[in-house]
Design a binder for this molecule. Structure first.
Ligand SMILES: NC(=O)c1ccc[n+]([C@@H]2O[C@H](COP(=O)([O-])OP(=O)(O)OC[C@H]3O[C@@H](n4cnc5c(N)ncnc54)[C@H](OP(=O)(O)O)[C@@H]3O)[C@@H](O)[C@H]2O)c1
Length: 312
């Protein structure tokens, strides 16, 4: 009989990758929780066979409905950088979902965690630490769980890290990595890898799995984009992580801290483990080839450039 997995964040990037992968597999049934059952994304998932529960992390009754009878659940939490005390809210919401999963007797939780950067690297990175605190709570209540560590999404090139067009017509990539390599993956591929975890509870329960497809410099990103999107030319930003942290938008400081952690903290993500879970995991080179049209249309959409949410 197909196993029911409740996927949180299924209308978004990360959860969307997981829901998509599970919906393609007859071993699973999918239920999602969304704040708006009438949204286009929720309806599209429903049309593909997902059961839709309307609710919120802030509504315990909806969490109970979402998890009732589920064999497994994929839990991701959201950072609301624009809110004061966003960290407290994320932790509260994560704990509420954990409590609901425990009460429902879910057998396999896969939680999208991140490192306690303050503890491991000696400087803060708040939107990572929130997830580490939630993981700590999940461990304290003995949730049967696997913990995932995501790297940066390639898919950010289509959204928040859209390349910024400079006055000379070239495009700047906003990752403030200061020459260091950065681990990355596309969210659909991560979804298939996470499906591999749900398929083999005995092997993955209690483990932490750092996902990535490759670990290359932003100059290499730029070379790949320039090769496939020629004659457009891409180059890495010269901005430091500290300078990024001072940009005037909500969350800039935390993202600056994140780049510093990516560069100095040696985050543990394994391309080998990821391809063990999903051999089809694409390199950035392959992802760019597969997304050429989408990338070109995003670049064409906004000539005023620098309009990428995170890059001014
Ligand atoms: N971008 C990256 O490279 C990256 C890398 C590693 C980790 N992350 C982490 O990924 C998380 C963001 O995930 P994402 O990129 O998938 O975000 P996203 O595309 O913006 O999706 C957010 C999802 O969260 C759901 N959601 C938000 N508030 C909710 C609430 N109160 N109750 C129930 N559901 C709620 C939304 O559902 P509805 O709108 O349908 O309600 C949506 O499905 C962040 O915590 C970030 O730190 C991101």
């Amino acid at each position: 009989m197909a196993k029911l997995i409740t996927v949180f964040g299924a209308t978004g990037s990360q959860g969307g990758g997981v829901a998509n992968a599970l919906l393609e597999d007859s071993d699973f049934k999918v239920r999602i929780l969304t704040r708006s059952a009438s949204s286009a994304k929720a309806k599209a998932l429903q049309e593909r066979g997902a059961e839709v529960v309307e609710g919120s992390y802030d509504d315990p009754g909806s969490l109970e409905r979402a998890l009732q009878g589920a064999y497994g659940t994929y839990i991701m939490t959201q950072q609301y950088f624009e809110l004061p005390d966003f960290d407290q809210l994320e932790i509260k919401q994560g704990k509420a979902v954990a409590d609901a999963a425990k009460a429902a007797g879910v057998q396999h939780v896969v939680f999208s965690s991140l490192e306690d950067v303050q503890k491991t690297a000696g400087f803060p990175c708040l939107h990572f630490e929130t997830k580490a605190h939630i993981e700590e709570y999940m461990r304290s209540i003995d949730l049967p769980a696997t913990y995932i560590m995501f790297p940066a999404y390639y898919d950010n090139y289509l959204t928040v890290f859209k390349p910024r067009q400079l006055e000379d017509g070239t495009y700047e990539l906003g990752w403030a990595m200061e020459g260091a390599p950065m681990q990355g993956i596309s969210v659909p591929d991560a979804g298939f890898a996470i499906r591999g975890i749900f398929k083999n509870r005995a092997e993955w329960l209690g483990r932490t799995v750092g996902l990535c497809a490759d670990n290359i410099t932003i100059q290499q990103h730029a070379d790949i984009l320039s090769k496939h999107l020629a004659p457009k030319v891409f180059k890495p930003t010269k901005m430091t992580s500290d300078a990024f942290g001072k940009l005037p938008f909500p969350g800039a400081k935390h993202l600056g801290d994140m780049f510093k952690f990516y560069r100095l903290g040696n985050p543990d993500r394994s391309a080998e483990l990821t391809r063990q879970l999903y051999p089809g995991t694409r390199s950035l080179d392959q992802w760019v080839q597969d997304n050429k049209e989408a990338l070109l249309s995003v670049l064409a959409m906004d000539k005023t450039a620098g309009k990428a949410q995170y890059v001014k």
